[in-house]
Write a protein that binds this ligand. Structure first.
Ligand SMILES: Nc1ncnc2c1ncn2[C@@H]1O[C@H](COP(=O)(O)OP(=O)(O)O)[C@@H](O)[C@H]1O
Ligand SMILES: [Mg+2]
Length: 359
């Protein structure tokens, strides 16, 4: 196990080489750390700003051994890294944060909601199904219309469909690939919010102000932060975050997606055991952003302040929208963050901007 706190000059390993890994690596570099990325593709967004890249599949035993040999701690930028890869690193004595429990809970929507409810974090009603008959039964129990989602591997709205009538459930189950699913009651929300929180090695926690999030076609388009929120709403979010962090014995930054109901209650939609797209506003709206905060936490450093110092509108740049960079760069209130991705496919996250106003 690593000697904590990690000294500057230590090597932090990151599983995954996308934009989140890139921004984590940049933050780590600023604190004096070196970064090694394990990523399937050469020339990745993170790989190009890191000391080393190991190009291999996440379950490649030799690659994991090479990572274990050089990294003092290992973290990850997305929750679908194979649990077996993390287990193998832990087996080689590597300190992986967030730990295997957080990963297991976040990888499976049924385990996730079961964990949340058991820890006093409310969600919509839900039921699991792994056959067409069970899917019909689950929708009948939850009540139609209901949302059917694959238990694993969904993201950006992929792997989920509405079921209008219980009789349609078998067809929708097949359309989703006949894999284990979860059926969810509709959340009749007035707003989608999220809270980014962190927990250090010593159990200290820090919570950022709420963000209000707007999605289009299942993809995050825009976040406004700090969100307009009465103190009682903020307290509710902080209580939920504290329960989740404690229940997972968590180390690092976590993203918690919330539904605000018309009666003022918050439900948890899902959790992401990593830095989160709805936390990008902290880069220009807070003294210590979510990326530095995550590195501080996994390195065993003290957590930094989370209060807002500016009002931010974060806009994702999808596909060819990033081609407008020169116009965006000319706007004095706009902070531009580009990920260095080589090819702009429609809907692909190429960068984001934070439009900043005084509080
Ligand atoms: N139970 C639900 N009721 C109503 N809307 C939902 C529900 N679950 C998800 N959604 C909508 O779908 C979006 C994506 O669902 P989510 O579970 O967050 O999957 P993803 O992993 O793709 O982000 C949410 O941000 C929300 O707008
Ligand atoms: Mg989501």
């Amino acid at each position: 196990m690593a000697d904590l706190p990690l000294q500057p000059g230590s090597m932090i390993g990151i599983l995954g080489g996308g934009q989140l890994g890139r921004m984590l690596a940049l933050a780590a570099g600023r604190l004096g750390f070196d970064v090694v990325v394990l990523e399937r593709e050469a020339d990745s967004p993170a790989g190009r700003v890191c000391a080393h890249t190991i190009v291999a599949a996440y379950d490649d035993a030799a690659a994991l051994a090479a990572l274990a040999a050089v990294a003092d701690v290992v973290t990850y930028e997305f929750e679908n890294v194979p649990a077996a890869a993390v287990a193998s690193l832990v087996g080689m004595g590597v300190d992986v944060a967030p730990g295997p429990l957080a990963l297991a809970v976040a990888q499976d929507r049924f385990e996730e909601k079961t964990f949340l409810n058991a820890n006093g974090a409310p969600t919509v009603a839900f039921a699991a199904a792994d056959s067409p008959e069970a899917a019909v039964d689950a929708v009948a129990r939850i009540g139609a219309p209901a949302l059917m989602k694959t238990r694993r591997d969904g993201y950006d709205g992929k792997g989920q469909r509405w079921v209008e009538h219980a009789a349609d459930a078998a067809r929708v189950f097949a359309e989703l690939g006949s894999v284990p699913v979860i059926v969810e009651a509709p959340a009749d929300f007035v707003r989608e919010l999220s809270v980014i929180a962190a927990r250090g090695r010593d159990g200290a926690t820090a919570v950022y102000p709420l963000a209000e999030n707007h999605h289009e076609h299942g993809i995050l388009r825009r976040s406004l932060a700090p969100a307009r929120a009465a103190p009682a709403l903020t307290e509710q979010a902080e209580r939920i975050a504290a329960r989740i962090l404690a229940g997972l014995d968590y180390v690092g930054v976590i993203g918690i997606e919330l539904f605000e109901l018309s009666d003022g209650r918050l439900l948890v939609n899902e959790i992401a055991p990593r830095v989160h797209n709805t936390g990008h506003w902290t880069q220009d709206g807070c003294e210590v952003d979510q990326f530095e905060q995550h590195i501080r936490a996994v390195a065993g450093w003290p957590l930094g302040p989370t209060r807002a110092i500016a009002q931010v509108e974060m806009l994702n740049l999808l596909g060819d929208e990033a081609d407008t960079w020169s116009k965006l760069a000319a706007e004095p209130e706009t902070r531009l963050h580009l990920y260095g991705k080589r090819a702009a496919k429609p809907g692909r996250k190429m960068g984001h901007v934070n439009k900043v106003r005084p509080l």
